[in-house]
Design a protein around this ligand. Structure first.
Ligand code: SF4
Length: 310
């Protein structure tokens, strides 16, 4: 344990019974836009998590994607909850199940970036600090997409949104650093463009006990002003350009890079998307400088972590 403290409730040695065997839970008929990455993430996740899963979904695109009440495309129990309450609803569901003697159900908060970076941050932080036994998945499409593409704390610098016509001023909030600072048992970034890495981290997150979190990049063709066929290309380029590095953090201390593709210039990622179409070359160069600085800082963390582990 990195900080010498014992975390509750610890990790099981054996594989929990809820691990599935690759069966599809997501049913046809969901309501996502063509090219949306969110159902790809959900389908992959539920193939791993299996039917003994409860999803707690606050206001976000997935509350719509899942289907109109009383229909659901998810194939598992879904609790729709208020915008700010994904984590605390999941913690309540878990506590209720435990009170009934049921401890083999995976309870998941599945929220967009608005409900995670902004509106649900307080309840998520409280649940992380208490080390509630839930898995939090943030599918990050980098704006409030289902209300008309308004900026969120996750919107990257200089991106167009409907209320940042000249490009967002300020940077994307460092949620990853915030969550690592909570010293949760497991945190990881994932991208649907790197499937093996995605599956490995989802599997690990499902198997771990205590508060764990996956931050998933979730390309959104209408919000990113991008062709639908480019969803997975964007998901790959975000990683390859260093804008969305793939790594995992254990107990807030052990930082490990999981995918290190050859680096490409950020311009390749930006020019795929109309939301960056207004940027002159000097602004693209500015983004490149910031990404290079961030990559150097992150590399220092990986090195320091590896040295401590020796
Ligand atoms: S608006 Fe974007 S995130 Fe929402 S369903 Fe459509 S593609 Fe997916």
């Amino acid at each position: 344990m990195a900080d010498g403290l014992i975390r509750r409730p610890g990790r099981p040695a054996a594989e929990p019974r809820w691990i599935a065997r690759g069966e599809d839970q997501v049913q046809p008929g969901h309501l996502a836009c063509p090219g949306c990455a969110a159902p790809i993430l959900m389908r992959t996740f539920l193939q791993i998590a299996g039917p003994r899963t409860v999803l707690c979904i606050p206001a976000c695109c997935y509350a719509v994607i899942d289907g109109p009440f009383p229909y659901s495309s998810s194939g598992v129990n879904v609790v729709h909850c208020a915008f700010a309450t994904a984590a605390v609803t999941a913690a309540g569901v878990k506590a209720g199940l435990r009170a009934r003697g049921i401890d083999d159900v995976l309870v998941v908060a599945w929220a967009g970036d608005g409900g995670t970076f902004d509106i649900g941050l307080q309840s998520m932080s409280a649940c992380a600090e208490r080390n509630e036994d839930i898995l939090y998945v943030c599918y990050d499409n980098e704006a409030y997409m289902n209300t008309g593409i308004q900026r969120s704390g996750a919107t990257p610098a200089l991106a167009w949104t409907s209320n940042t016509a000249a490009g967002k001023q300020g940077r994307k909030k460092d949620l990853d650093g915030i969550m690592a600072a909570h010293r949760i048992p497991y945190f990881a970034t994932v991208s649907p463009g790197f499937h093996e890495d995605l599956v490995a981290k989802m599997t690990r997150a499902v198997r771990t006990r205590g508060f764990r979190m996956l931050h998933a990049l979730s390309p959104c063709p209408p919000g990113w002003k991008m062709e639908e066929r480019h969803t997975l290309t964007a998901a790959r380029l975000a990683v390859e350009t260093g804008l969305f590095p793939l790594y995992e953090v254990e107990d807030g201390a052990a930082w490990r890079e999981t995918v290190r593709p050859p680096r490409r210039p950020v311009a390749e990622y930006l020019r795929l998307q109309g939301r960056f179409g207004q940027l002159p070359p000097e602004k693209v160069a500015e983004i490149q400088r910031v990404v290079d600085d961030d990559a150097a800082l992150l590399a220092q963390r990986f090195r320091a972590s590896a040295e401590r582990a020796r």
